[in-house]
Design a binder for this molecule. Sequence first.
Ligand SMILES: [Fe+2]
Ligand SMILES: [Fe+2]
Length: 472
Amino acid sequence: MKADYNETIPNNVNLGDDRRLLRALERWHPAYIQWWKDMGPVNANETEVYLRTAISVDTDGWAHFDHVKMPDYRWGIFLAEPDPDRTIAFGAHKGEPVWADVPGEYRSELRRLIVTQGDTEPASVEQQRELGRTAPSLYDLRNLYQVNVEEGRHLWAMVYLLHAYFGRDGREEADEMLERHAGDPDRPRILKAFNEQTNDWLSFFMFTYFQDRDGKFQLAALAESGFDPLSRTCRFMLTEEAHHMFVGETGVMRVLQRTCELMRQHDSTDVRPFGGINLETVQKWINFHYSICLDLFGSERSTNAANYFSMGLKGRYQETKLDDDHKLDGEQMEIARVTEDGGIDTETISALTAMNLKLRQDYTADSQRGLNRFNKMIAAHDIDVELTLPDEKFNRSIGIYSGIETTPEGEIISGEEWAKRKAQWLPTDEDKTYVNSLMVPVTEPGKMASWIAPPKRGIHGRPVDYEYVLFH
Ligand SMILES: [Fe+2]
Ligand SMILES: [Fe+2]
């Protein structure tokens, strides 16, 4: 395939002048388009979608709106503008100028960080691929596709780094991004939560609320990196991530609003007979999505995480705003430990090895803020129910608590009791069947499915009943 890549791929990395990079992308691009057609949104190659396309990084250029067919979307490569005075903010190299190239001694660690991040991007597109069949409105369908094309662009961002800075093994890693697939028993995606299916729209809103927020925190930690191209790439990606979390938060909020309206109208906590989703059901979806997302942060105690920090490759959330020496040599901290008799006490560990825990705690605080807004809305309907994040020990597969079972409140229980009670806390087959029964497509402009309230406003100044998606 011959294409003017400088034209087809909007970029601010001088793509046109870099022969080696162009050759690598010319090989990868057709495979990417094939992947999009095979594994991306179902039945959507001819559909025209009102999409936001980034064509440059400045304020006018990063949000250009138009109807486009998704395979023709211009997946650009953008790095945030460089800061010529930027220095490394943490770890052993603190205070040194940032690296414009990969430091040889940290090459494999950096590649691993980029591959792990990059793998999540196409994974989420694959996970969400069936959702286009059952969108509750054209507005929501458009938002799904917007998230999908931007996750595709995030893959481009990581593939750019692999092609531009890692030579042959970078190119091999880029190829493998299109060969692993979400839920594939032989070649799964790297992280477990990115192999779960996202079959219903309540799950999609939870995904964009919780899982994209994990993305925000990972990107924010990588945006601190001493490897400047990675930092600049992640800083630009964060602008798009904010929209994904907006889709999640407003989506959950609209589900809750509809539920509350039905509860008031029928004076009942069970709104299923009226085509709504019970608050209890929403809580189960929260319990599931939040707990699998905590696993994404990895073990609380991690030598890899300590190394990434000391090497200056991955910082903490808002590293420069933290009030310490940003090196943490010799610092200690207390973390929980599960004792032999299945109780909890604490142990003292090196603070450097607890980087994953620190990032996860910041994630929890950020997740809670949205829940507070949900609860305010529920209270405004005079309904005495509070949604909560389950305890960090609940339903965990990775880290300190992976060997124990607890209630959502964090009370330790036996495996037997867990088996007996988990249907109260996590989505059951029956819950899923019910939620799936609500998933019928609504394609008339401005109309919403029974279980969700309309959005407050449309996209980019357009009315809610605008034709955000044109079918052919
Ligand atoms: Fe992403
Ligand atoms: Fe995202």
